[in-house]
Design a protein around this ligand. Structure first.
Ligand SMILES: *Cc1c(COP(=O)(O)O)cnc(C)c1O
Length: 236
């Protein structure tokens, strides 16, 4: 594959942003007394073309996040030969659960029993799907995620569905609160869930603006978009 000068320049800018973020992640981990190797950095590529995932893959990225089913399905189909893990991080519609399950390796956004049930019904053969329970850390019930008080019951429901493997919890920090205090609440919920599901050890938290706080609060999976990809293109 030959690259024009523009593409080569774009690729080196991408490489520079990626390594700068990885350095900041490693610094934040060390400051929190944690080993950077225990963190998984997911690059969120939503609204960007599939070619960006190919470029990221060439730079060693193997964990990619998408928040819309159609975009996830299209990219996963186009890039089927690429060994990347697809993380679905968006609000999932029950009637899209089968399509999500076909394309995603991990679903971060299980926020209600009906969606979990639909993901389970879409299982083919004995394949297992990794899922996280998304927790709403805001007071706005319209935001994605289950209310903190209902997270244990949802987790128990997920545990009853044999084709789903409960991995942990996911959240987005509210806009009107210090991320550190929001992520501390998430940590408490994660600790609580581990008493019913000892292997649910993942905490998916931390985006471009708050990944250092998430790391300090125990996040294991960071979902970072624009700091690595550059600004997202306008959606059509
Ligand atoms: C877009 C998105 C991200 C990444 O956001 P950035 O601020 O660009 O890093 C992370 N998590 C979710 C759920 C998202 O939708």
């Amino acid at each position: 594959m030959t690259q024009g000068p523009d593409e080569a320049q774009q690729q080196s800018a991408l490489a520079a942003r990626l390594s700068a973020i990885d350095e900041r992640i490693a610094d934040a981990a060390r400051q929190a007394g944690r080993d950077p190797a225990e963190l998984t950095r997911i690059v969120v590529t939503k609204f960007h073309p599939a070619s960006l995932v190919t470029q990221l893959h060439a730079l060693g990225v193997r964990e990619v996040g998408e928040n819309r089913q159609q975009e996830l399905s299209a990219k996963e189909a186009e890039l089927n030969a690429l060994d990347v893990r697809w993380h679905f991080i968006g609000q999932g519609q029950t009637n899209k659960a089968a399509a999500i399950r076909r394309s995603a390796d991990v679903v971060h956004s299980v926020d209600r029993s009906r969606f979990a049930d639909a993901l389970h019904r879409a299982a083919e053969g004995d394949d297992m799907l990794d899922v996280l329970v998304q927790v709403n850390l805001t007071d706005d019930a319209g935001r994605g995620g289950v209310a903190p008080a209902e997270a244990p019951a949802l987790a128990e429901h997920v545990l009853s569905l044999p084709s789903l493997r409960l991995r942990g919890v996911m959240a987005v920090a509210p806009l009107d609160e210090e991320p550190a205090s929001a992520f501390a609440r998430l940590r408490g919920i994660a600790d609580e869930l581990r008493t019913v599901a000892p292997s649910a050890t993942w905490i998916s938290a931390g985006m471009t603006g708050d990944f250092a706080e998430a790391i300090a609060a125990g996040a294991t999976h960071l979902r970072i978009g624009s700091a690595i990809t550059g600004p997202r293109p306008e959606r059509g």
